[in-house]
Ligand binder design. Structure first.
Ligand code: BGC
Length: 564
């Protein structure tokens, strides 16, 4: 395991990055959709939280067929979310507060309203305009009745991955039909994304989160006869998948890295690449994007063996000189407090079981809200104590649960429509944040403004920022304390496992201020039961919940101790 001293390392190697989902963060103009001026107005909240950077999910012009990941124009702001001037003002305010700015780049596809796609539809088969996307004739050829798509491949959101355009041709879309896949062997496509990256880097953006970074390059023609499983098909370890994680893709990111390195400081990038763990380094290598998300911890249930495995897989990044990334939540998954409050399902991984629970409107099994929150708090301190960067998702600082009972008519996620009821989708973690216990949208927008674009449940009142401000034991205060103390403890990126009883994770790492920083997670039993455990000798820095009367660490609780 290599080790880099935090002083010598680039800022992003051990940053805490806060994900803003702009439509649902803060609504300054009262139209029911969050906006960039809303983000600017909440910079004090982010500064007080103590995050190093903000990653903004897409805020580009979009029909919002996939929450903004269907981009009409990569170099502009959706008029409902603001203007480029608002973006500059937000960036300036964040920078003034010492917070860096990361934007989402969506290179695998455009929206179907993008000028290129409109041009492709208006152009004949074989045209350069169609060549920017993946158009193919139906299975029965150009003159056929168009009854059969070119292959049996399924979209990740459900249904066929091909959509007919009425002249015998079909286009490929790995996600919704409003998200046609781009053809990355087309030089114009490559150049255009380089222009986009420069556009934002020149505006002062510090880094990029690369959406579906393992897509882009495909080998369609020699594989049309191949049946592909409909679920996420990325866990191949040999690069043989026709659609994901192809070797040629690495050239694209080498070119991006060259561009990032022309800036001072070099621009950062993190890949969202759902690939086999043994192949993550191809994205996180310094000659490539530099960092890649690892989702193993997030996929683990609240179980000591699973959590340890998640940590070990994430730590493999250190072996290749990359920094590790940790996350327990994002805009695509059931909120951690709810995942951890559901009984384990022997048939399903914890996050798949949680998605199934949402599809049942949260009706069964019964969510243990208090246990889930206790574990989410312990999980926060677990991830923050690991070497590398932690990516937090908006609302985690409030310990928010999933809004599992959104009624069908308000759902927006294409997964809900395309899966024909098999999945309810991701809207339950995208409900606008509560800032105050009252007001027509709990302070998300101005009082009397339009209803928020997804309805907020009554219980949001008790979780609101201003309510938690007033409660020193709140999850908001825990986040602030954990981020502040972590900053004082950060040291080299290394970790040594320590002996601990069953059901306990215990590691230590050098603390930047001297001594060793111990993290002890008493995971406890599946139902939350278990014995308290003694802590290592040293200065108790922080716990995620109260110790017992004997000063021992109860189950579902994490402690940080610095030993001399
Ligand atoms: C994003 C999703 C989005 C998909 C398609 C993802 O990985 O995180 O929210 O639906 O890419 O762009």
């Amino acid at each position: 395991m290599t080790s880099t001293s935090p002083q010598a390392a680039p800022w992003w190697r051990q940053a805490v990055v806060y994900q803003v989902y702009p439509r649902s963060f803060a609504d300054a103009d009262g139209d029911g959709l969050g906006d960039l001026r809303g983000v600017t107005s909440r910079v004090p909240h982010l500064a007080e939280l103590g995050v190093d950077a903000v990653w903004l999910s897409p805020f580009y012009p979009s029909a919002l067929s996939d929450g903004g990941y269907d981009v009409d124009d990569h170099r502009d702001v959706d008029p409902r979310l603001g203007t480029l001037a608002d973006f500059d003002e937000m960036t300036e305010a964040l920078h003034a507060a010492g917070i860096r700015v990361v934007v989402d780049i969506v290179p695998n596809h455009t929206s179907d309203r993008h000028p290129w796609f409109r041009e492709a539809l208006a152009s004949p088969r074989g045209s350069a305009a169609r060549g920017r996307y993946v158009f193919r004739d139906g299975r029965d050829g150009p003159a056929g009745p168009m009854s059969e798509p070119p292959s049996s491949w399924k979209s990740l959101f459900g249904g066929s991955a091909w959509e007919p355009v009425g002249d015998g041709q079909w286009y490929l879309h790995a996600f919704a039909k409003e998200q046609p896949d781009l053809e990355w062997s087309d030089r114009e496509v490559r150049e255009d994304f380089l222009t986009t990256l420069r556009f934002w880097a020149d505006r002062g953006v510090d880094g990029f989160r690369v959406d579906v970074a393992h897509g882009l390059v495909r080998d369609v023609d020699s594989n049309l006869h191949v049946e592909l499983p409909s679920t996420h098909t990325a866990l191949f370890d040999d690069g043989s998948h026709p659609l994901w994680d192809r070797d040629d893709l690495m050239e694209v990111y080498r070119e991006w890295r060259q561009l990032f390195d022309t800036y001072d400081p070099p621009r950062a990038a993190v890949a969202e690449a759902s690939v086999h763990p043994s192949r993550r380094w191809r994205y996180s290598d310094p000659s490539s994007l530099g960092q890649a998300f690892t989702f193993d911890l997030f996929e683990a249930g609240w179980d000591a063996a699973q959590l340890r495995r998640g940590v070990e897989l994430g730590l493999e990044q250190l072996d290749v000189g990359a920094s590790c990334t940790w996350t327990l939540a994002n805009h695509d998954c059931v909120r951690a407090a709810s995942r951890y409050g559901l009984p384990p399902d022997p048939e399903l991984s914890s996050h798949v079981a949680a998605k199934a629970w949402v599809t049942r409107d949260g009706a069964a099994p019964v969510l243990d809200r208090a246990l889930g929150l206790r574990r989410a708090r312990a999980g926060l301190m677990l991830e923050l104590a690991l070497p590398g960067s932690t990516y937090l998702y908006q609302g985690e600082e409030l310990g928010l649960h999933e809004v599992a009972d959104l009624p069908a008519p308000v759902l927006q996620d294409p997964i809900a429509f395309r899966s024909e009821g098999a999945e309810k989708g991701r809207d339950g973690c995208r409900v606008p944040l509560p800032w105050t216990p009252d007001g027509s949208s709990f302070g998300f927008g101005p009082d009397g403004g339009r209803d928020p674009h997804l309805p907020q449940p009554a219980w949001f009142a008790g979780a609101a920022v201003s309510v938690q401000e007033a409660d020193p034991g709140s999850t908001l205060h825990l986040h602030r304390a954990a981020l502040e103390r972590r900053r004082g403890l950060l040291g080299p990126e290394e970790l040594a496992w320590e002996e601990g009883p069953d059901g306990v994770l215990h590691w230590s790492r050098p603390a930047g201020r001297g001594g060793r920083w111990h993290c002890v997670v008493n995971v406890g039993g599946a139902d939350g039961s278990g014995a308290s455990v003694p802590l290592p000798a040293g200065e108790l820095v922080l716990t995620s919940g109260p110790l017992d009367d004997a000063g021992h660490l109860p189950p579902s609780t994490t402690a940080w101790v610095v030993s001399g």
